[in-house]
Design a protein around this ligand. Structure first.
Ligand SMILES: N[C@@H](CCC(=O)N[C@@H](CS)C(=O)NCC(=O)O)C(=O)O
Length: 224
C-alpha cells in the first residue's frame, strides 16, 4: 500500500483530513507543523506546500494540498469508508464538490476572520469590526444548514459523510470565538454527534497529544 503522511496542526482545518484518514482505517503517519516555531515557513515544508499551510497529505512521496482535493482523493481511494456520496453521476458528484467548495471557499475564510481578524485589518478597533461582520456573514451562511439538520441527522441526509466532519470543525472554531451558538440548536447537536464517532475520537486524541507537545515546548498558538 502507498504510504501516507499527514502534515497537520491541532485545531486547524487539517482536522478534517485527519478524521477522514481515521475513517478509512488505512495506516498513515503524522507530522506536527509547529506554527509558532515557523515550521510552515521552512524550506522543507514550503517544498511540500508553497502556500505554507496545512493540511498536506504526502502520498507515496507526492504532496497533495487543499481539503477540497484531499477529501475526494481519499473518498475515491477508499470507497468502503463512504467518505463522500459520489455516485458517478456528473451532476450529483458536482453537487458534492460544490459542498466542499462552500466549506473551503465560503465558510473557512469567515472562520479565519472570526478567529484572527487582526490579519485582515489592524487599525485601532478594526479587528473587532472585522470579526463582527464575519460573524454576521457566518450566521447567514449557516441558517439553511440549521434548518436541514432539523429534518435529517447528517448534511447529506441519513448517512454520515466527511462533510459532517468539515461542519463540525467550523462549529468548533466559531463556538470557541463567541459565535451565538444558542441560535443553532441543530448544529450544536450535530457537532456532538459528529465528534462522538470513533474515528473522530481517535483524531481528537491525536490532536490532544500534539497540543500537549506544543504546550510542553511553549509553542501553542495564542487564542484570540
Ligand atoms: N484552502 C486550504 C486552507 C488551508 C489553511 O488555511 N490552513 C490554515 C490552518 S486552518 C493554515 O495552515 N494557516 C497557516 C498560515 O496561513 O500561515 C484547505 O482547505 O486545505
Amino acid at each position: 500500500m502507498t504510504s501516507m503522511v499527514l502534515h497537520f496542526a491541532p485545531q486547524t482545518c487539517a482536522r478534517v483530513t485527519l478524521v477522514a484518514l481515521e475513517e478509512t482505517g488505512a495506516p498513515f503517519a503524522t507530522r506536527l507543523v509547529r506554527f509558532m516555531a515557523g515550521d510552515h515557513r521552512s524550506p522543507a515544508f514550503l517544498a511540500c506546500n508553497p502556500a505554507g499551510k496545512v493540511p498536506v497529505l504526502e502520498i507515496g512521496g507526492q504532496s497533495l494540498t487543499q481539503n477540497s482535493a484531499i477529501l475526494p482523493y481519499l473518498a475515491r481511494t477508499f470507497p468502503a469508508a463512504r467518505l463522500l456520496p459520489f455516485t458517478g453521476d456528473a451532476l450529483a458528484d458536482a453537487q458534492v464538490q460544490a459542498r466542499l467548495a462552500w466549506f473551503a471557499a465560503d465558510l473557512h475564510p469567515l472562520v479565519t476572520r472570526i478567529r484572527m481578524p487582526q490579519f485582515f485589518c489592524d487599525l485601532d478597533g478594526a479587528p473587532a469590526r472585522v470579526r463582527e461582520l464575519a460573524m454576521q456573514a457566518m450566521a447567514f451562511q449557516l441558517r439553511s444548514v440549521e434548518q436541514d439538520l432539523g429534518q435529517q441527522p447528517w448534511l447529506a441526509g441519513e448517512e454520515w459523510s466527511i462533510l459532517d466532519a468539515y461542519l463540525s470543525w467550523v462549529w468548533f472554531r466559531i463556538a470557541g470565538a463567541g459565535f451565538d451558538t444558542a441560535a443553532y440548536p441543530n448544529l450544536g447537536a450535530h457537532h456532538e454527534r459528529a465528534d462522538a464517532r470513533p474515528a473522530a475520537l481517535r483524531a481528537l486524541a491525536r490532536e490532544a497529544e500534539a497540543q500537549a507537545e506544543l504546550e510542553r515546548a511553549g509553542q501553542t498558538v495564542p487564542l484570540n
